[in-house]
Ligand binder design. Sequence first.
Ligand code: TYM
Length: 343
Amino acid sequence: MFKERVFSGVQPTGNLHLGNYLGAITKFVALQERYDCIYCVVDLHAITVWQDPAELPRATREVTAAFIACGIDPKQNIVFNQSQVAEHAELGWIFNCIARMGWLNRMTQFKEKAGKDRENASVGLYSYPTLMAADILVYRATHVPVGEDQKQHLELSRDVAQKFNNDYAVSIHAHGFGDAFFPLPEPLITGPATRVMSLRDGTKKMSKSDASDYSRINLTDDAEAIAQKIRKAKTDPEPLPSEEKGLLSRPEADNLVGIYAALQGVTKSDVLRDYGGAQFSSFKGALVDLAVAKLGPIGAEMKRLVQDPAFIDSVLAEGAGRAQAIAADTMKAVKDIVGLVRR
Ligand code: TYM
């Protein structure tokens, strides 16, 4: 009943890495063949923690460059930055009035990011997931490709959509929208690398904010840096197993095999069929070759694109115009449904 539409977002907080690429951006690229897709640089989410205003524009343009360098076509899809479409924040406010404190209190990402000093965390960081629900639902998107770490936020988006549909059921019907105004967006969390782990510690997620640059492969790393980081990646002393169950309780081995599989577009079993019994030294050599072949051209293209900020800004402006046309229609309907008088 709802038109199928994909939405996803990436924060411009620096250091885009292999986890962002394999967990999210490669999926964005694949989905553009089958769906109408909207890909957003979520700068309003970025400022839930301090961002240097002299750096943020560069980071926003860099994520946009990464989208394009990875193969997203901004003509066929909509690519823009969140703050240019004010309807995100507007619907976010309405969702603040739908979501319950108890729901937000359960969000593990807030607990991790706020740490012990909760009193000092921004209110924006706390209500982050309601803005995320607004990002998706302002386009009434049905499918959301993300990494595993965003699963709980997606569940909250579904809860918000469901509660809005229930609370306003009579008004939704009276305004001619049938039984439900918002779809319940489905997370798309698939493939062998939905949670890429740190190269220094297979039990920790690969993250933009890890103090050690050796924990992650950045999309802008050159061949030498990629090779060094993979060669230094933590492993255990055993050779690779021949079957997937042999990766259980071997987080570092599991991670490297998952990365190889995702880069090559095959399963972990396929990788182990070829490399079962191999020592890490030889497997890492193959992984370096594969990673450099796949990521090298992307990093080079990103560096080329960010040197042309006028081009990037024109992509973002054009995308924002197209996004806003959809978002404005949703907001008109939402205001009518909620009972807010409008011009
Ligand atoms: P962000 O910017 O932290 O990450 C962008 C995408 O990368 C995925 N990801 C990973 N996947 C696998 N392994 C990892 N180590 C890894 N690290 C990050 C994330 O799951 C994400 O898909 N809240 C979102 C941004 C957002 C959004 C949205 C996403 C805002 N509004 C609406 C979808 C829909 C975030 O912080 O992503």
